[in-house]
Design a protein around this ligand. Structure first.
Ligand code: DOR
Ligand code: ZN
Length: 437
């Protein structure tokens, strides 16, 4: 029997390069045609007039928490949150209670993901002093290598410059090396336990120093590195300078560093605590001005139990969920004239697909996976506690009115979300095919 076909008609089809009215034909798991005036007898027809069709988003920075802390999030709840937010692929970070730092841990996590995930996924390996060279051996099994230069949630910390160099040197260029760039020594020096201002406890200088060091190590190692959650304009311009010198550095920014400031953090208490911290308003404005030099936007979805985040600043853990607010926040930026739709797709879909060398993802092109998101740009939604898929069920964006309602999501050709209702079974997400060695 031929694979079922779906014809999405009259959508505004947005890609990294264009935004044009047109049709997209899906057959089985793939896009088979894209253009104007397509016909497909017998296909299910979706009338998308007035709606935007985007490639499914790829979030390269997600903390699923399973194994270890399923009360915060598990593979099913995280990936349901992803699909609800139009994200069809996630890459999971290694800082679990028992971190993902050996071949066995990677295999165990992939096994858990295979049983629980509802969107497609990859997992990072965490760098330690004992696993130099392992990323090369794991090759296409992992999405990338993650190095923590400053302490944050979980036990991973590699605050040793020789080790950073050795990991960069031993990891083939095709495997991204993502770095949490806050310098541990600097963090310790600035830690001011009397201040309940996270931005003062972990100031921009610690992030800038770390980025500077990573660039120096990358230059010496003869490869690039990816700076996770750049939170200051200075970090982005250092990366831009390194690129001009021929060092293939890349960087990501998170929506919360664009939409929230250190002033908001003071009001948000525990809910405003995140590493790196929310920055001063002038710094946030400068980061917006550097967006043209940023490779990807990723959420750093880092769920903790609501009860933990309800604590005062000092007691609360760092991080919060972001998968369900990513696309609406980026649409807000579009509505405010800060971003074009094509740029949005470059940052959230095509950019991460290129950076992580995903096979068949991040484009609306025949032969690619039919990972698609249909969005009503005119409809707004209020972010409410209790109405989210993520386990904490709350976010610092609670009460925000955001545009860009997700109407439908296709994951490899299957319609998995209709008008806010998810119809997916755990275990239907698949590992993403990544560039192998
Ligand atoms: O705020 C954060 N939370 N930053 C990180 O680097 C880690 C994350 C977490 O895993 O909770
Ligand atoms: Zn993170």
């Amino acid at each position: 029997m031929a694979a079922p076909r779906t014809l999405i008609r009259n959508a505004q089809v947005v890609t990294a390069l264009s935004s044009e009215r047109g049709d997209v034909l899906i057959q089985g798991e793939r896009i088979v045609a894209a253009g104007a005036g397509l016909s497909a007898p017998g296909a299910t027809i979706v009338d998308a007039a007035g709606l935007l069709l985007l490639p499914g988003l790829i979030d390269a920075h997600v903390h699923v928490r399973e194994p270890g802390a399923v009360e915060k999030e598990d593979w099913t709840s995280a990936t349901r949150a992803a699909l609800a937010g139009g994200v069809t692929t996630i890459f999971d970070m290694p800082n679990n209670a028992t971190p993902t730092v050996t071949a066995e841990r990677v295999a165990e996590k992939l096994d858990i993901a295979a049983r629980g995930a509802v969107c497609d996924y990859g997992v990072y390996l965490g760098a330690t002093s004992k696993n130099v060279g392992l990323a090369a051996r794991l090759g296409g099994e992992i999405a990338g290598l993650k190095i923590y230069l400053g302490s944050t949630t979980g036990p991973l910390l590699t605050d040793d410059w020789r080790l950073l160099y050795d990991h960069l040197r031993s990891t083939p260029e095709v495997i991204p090396v993502a770095v949490h760039a806050e310098d541990e020594q600097c963090l310790r020096a600035f830690q001011d336990t009397s201040a309940s201002d996270h931005n003062r406890n972990r100031p921009p200088i610690c992030a800038e120093l770390a980025v500077h060091h990573v660039i120096t190590a990358a230059r010496a190692a003869g490869r690039g590195a990816h700076i996770a959650h750049a939170s200051t304009a200075r970090e982005v311009s250092l990366i831009q300078q390194a690129r001009q010198e021929g060092i293939p550095m890349t960087c990501e920014v998170c929506p919360h560093h664009l939409f929230l400031t250190s002033e908001d953090a003071l009001l948000l208490g525990g809910w405003g605590k995140v590493n790196p911290p929310l920055r001063e308003p002038g710094e946030v404005q400068a980061l917006w001005e550097q967006l043209a030099c940023v490779d990807i936007v990723a959420t750093d979805h880092a769920p903790h139990r609501s009860e933990e985040k309800d604590h005062a600043y000092e007691q609360a853990p760092s991080g919060f969920s972001g998968l369900e607010t990513l696309l609406p926040l980026m649409f807000l930026a579009v509505r405010e004239g800060r971003l074009s739709l094509q740029h949005l797709v470059r940052l959230t879909s095509t950019g991460p697909a290129n950076l992580f060398h995903t096979h068949r993802k991040g484009r609306i092109t025949p032969g690619y996976d039919a990972d698609l998101v249909l969005v009503d740009p005119a409809a707004t939604r209020v972010i409410r506690a209790g109405a989210l898929q993520t386990k904490p069920n709350d976010t610092p964006f609670r009460g925000w009115h955001l545009p860009g309602r997700v109407i439908a999501v296709w994951r490899r050709g299957e319609r998995v979300l209709t008008d806010g209702i998810l119809t997916v079974e755990p275990g239907t997400g698949k590992p993403v095919a990544l560039a192998t060695l």
